[in-house]
Design a protein around this ligand. Structure first.
Ligand SMILES: Nc1ncnc2c1ncn2[C@@H]1O[C@H](COP(=O)(O)OP(=O)(O)OP(=O)(O)O)[C@@H](O)[C@H]1O
Length: 259
């Protein structure tokens, strides 16, 4: 019998959207993630914090199956990512949007065509009219409706991020993974991106995992923090819970003071 993939069923709001259970990941003999466990439910936003090189981006890559854990399990929308074959992975990724550091737009296509591309490739049943409407809606969401005909290189850094975000949104993902939404942006532009993420979270109830060094943004958007420190999970919880620990080491990562 043909396997029914989970994009044909409604998500269970009580099921963890993303769960790490005793995850270990290293490269050669070097540990990067050592016994990491946490989970978030549908609609929650998690911010992954920690110093450079602590495995934050590796954690995102494990979530989309670009890497496999050495041991432990990474579950996304109820599926153990490591057990999925190529077809299963592709079904899972269709329900996820990604915004990685570069924005990942194709330079030789206009912004509008960049957005239409995943719809043409993955939603073959959509008519050109429906694709156009979906593209316009995503452009509007990020405030780029006037810039659709421009090439990505003609956009400012902040606009490129917004265009990348629009491309991630165009497939209406249930989960959005974002690596450094504010990197390379000035504070005001970074705030605009954070506002946008907050709007998406509120209006669409999209589950988000955001890797960031921007503690101001993390405190505005994050329901929960994962704090990584020297391969270990230093802390996991709501910002309020973590503040109440009054832990000096933890405060270095989650406090706005001194930044
Ligand atoms: N494919 C890979 N092969 C070997 N080592 C890797 C690979 N991917 C990541 N690493 C190593 O794993 C460690 C964690 O990398 P990662 O990119 O997750 O850090 P990060 O916490 O996201 O850092 P930053 O905040 O600087 O972006 C780094 O030392 C990196 O060199």
């Amino acid at each position: 019998m043909k396997k029914e993939h989970k994009d044909q069923v409604q998500p269970d709001p009580n099921m963890p959207a993303i769960a790490f259970s005793q995850v270990h990941k290293g490269f050669d003999s070097r540990k990067v993630l050592d016994d990491i466990s946490f989970s978030i439910v549908t609609g929650e936003t998690i911010c992954i914090l920690g110093r450079s090189g602590t495995g934050k981006s590796v954690a995102l890559r494990l979530m989309i199956g670009l890497m496999k854990a050495d041991s432990g399990t990474v579950t996304v929308m109820g599926e153990d990512v490591a057990t999925l074959d190529a077809v299963g992975l592709s079904h899972m990724r269709r329900r996820m949007g990604f915004l990685f550091q570069s924005g990942a737009l194709f330079d030789s296509f206009s912004v509008r065509d960049n957005l239409a591309l995943p719809l043409r490739r993955l939603n073959k049943e959509k008519s050109e009219g429906e694709i156009k409407d979906a593209v316009e809606e995503a452009l509007q969401q990020v405030g780029l409706e006037e810039e659709g005909e421009k090439m990505p290189s003609a956009l400012s850094g902040g606009m490129q991020k917004r265009a990348g975000l629009a491309r991630a949104l165009v497939l209406q993902p249930q989960i959005l993974l974002i690596d450094e939404p504010s990197s390379g942006l000035d504070r005001i532009t970074a705030c605009e991106i954070n506002d946008l993420l907050l709007k998406i979270k509120t209006e669409r109830h999209t589950t988000m995992a955001i890797v960031t060094h921007d503690i101001y943004g993390a405190r505005r958007i994050g329901d929960k923090f994962v704090v990584l420190d020297e391969t270990k999970l230093l802390a996991f919880g709501t910002p309020k819970e973590l503040d109440e620990r009054h832990d000096h080491r933890l405060n270095q990562f989650i406090s706005e003071a001194g930044r």
